[in-house]
Ligand binder design. Sequence first.
Ligand SMILES: *Cc1c(COP(=O)(O)O)cnc(C)c1O
Length: 375
Amino acid sequence: MPTAPFKDPVFVSRPLLPSLDTLVPALSEIWEAKWLTNMGAKHIQLEQELKRELNASNISLFNNGTIALLAAIKSLSLSGEVITTPFTFAATPHSLTWQNIKPIFCDIDAETLTIDPKKIESLITGKTTGILGVHVYGNPCDVHAIDLIAKKYNLKVIYDAAHAFGTEINGQGIANFGDITMFSFHATKLFHSAEGGCLATKDQNLKYTIDLLKNFGIKNEEEVVSVGINGKLSEPHSAIGLLVLDLIASERSKRSRIKNKYKECLNDVPGISIFETKGTSKDSFQYLVAIVDEDRFGRSRNAVFEELRRHNVIARKYFFPLCSNFPIYKDFPSAHPTNLPVANLKSEQVLALPFYGELSLDSVEKICEIIKGTR
Ligand SMILES: *Cc1c(COP(=O)(O)O)cnc(C)c1O
C-alpha cells in the first residue's frame, strides 16, 4: 500500500528553542544592565562556556560564521591562492573571493567527503598561502595529513567547522587542529544563537588580533590599528546561545536514537547508505545524510528527493550544486569537473533527511517507507 503524504511539511531541521520562561529572565538582566552589545556580560559568559564545551584554548564570538571566516582569513594575512573544497556551502569559497583571494578547488575523499590530502600538493603554487578545509557533516578532515603538508610548504590552515560542533578526535575537541577553526551558530545548526559564530585558536596573540578585527580594529579610544569589520555578537543573541547550550546534550541523545532508527529501516535497501563519520570519538549529529547509489538502487537521488517532496518531506541536496559549478567559479581551471570527479559524483548522490530531536520514530519509519517506495 502506498504511504500517505504527511499532513504538514517535514523539514530537514528545526531550531532548538529554549522555553520563553527561561529566555525572559535572561532578557530582563540585559534590560536591567542597559548593555545590548559590545562584549557585555552574556557575551563574556558564552565565550567561557564554549571554551569548556569545545575544549578550546581561546574563543572569539562573532555575529555569524561567515564574518568569522572572513576575519580568520584576514588575521592570518592570507593572499594569492588558498586550496579549498568545492563540496561545501557557498560561504567557504566566497569568504576567500570576497577578499580577492582565489579559491583553488581540490577534490574530496570518497569516504569522508572532506578535502583529499593526496590531491593537495599538486595544486600548490608560488602563490599558495593556505588551506581551507571543511569538516563535512561533522566528519573531520584528515587533520594530521593536512598538518604535514602545511608544515612542509609553510601554509596556514583554517577549518570550517560549521557542521562540527562537539566533534572530537581521540577525545580532543575539533577546535584544536589547524591555525583557526570556525563554527557557525546559525539557527539551522545543532548549537545556535539564532545567528552567530566563533573562531577558536590555540594562539593567544592571534585571538588578540581577531578580537581587534571583529571590532573595526579599535584598540582603544584613541587608536585604530587594523582594517576591522563589525563582527560583534549582541547580548540577546549571546543569551539565546547560553540557553541553547543547556539543551544540546539531550538533543544529541535524541538524534542518536533517530539515526539508529534510520539505519535500521534502510539497512536492507541496496544502494542506500547512511553517511557515517570516520575517526571520531564523539559526533556532532548535525546532519543525517543518505547516499543514493543510482546503479544499485535503481533510481537517482533526484527521484528520491521528488518522491519525498510529493509526500511533504522537504529533504535537502547538501551539497548540490557544487561550489565549483557556480557560474562565478566554473571557469577556474581547478573547477573543471574532470579535476573533481569524486565531488561531482557525490553531489549527485547525497540527500540530507529530516533530523531533529522532536522528529518521532514513527515519522522516521514513514520517511524510510517513502524512500523505499521510490523504486
Ligand atoms: C552554515 C555554514 C556556514 C555559514 O555560517 P553562517 O553562520 O550562516 O554565516 C559556512 N560553512 C558551512 C559549511 C556551513 O554549513
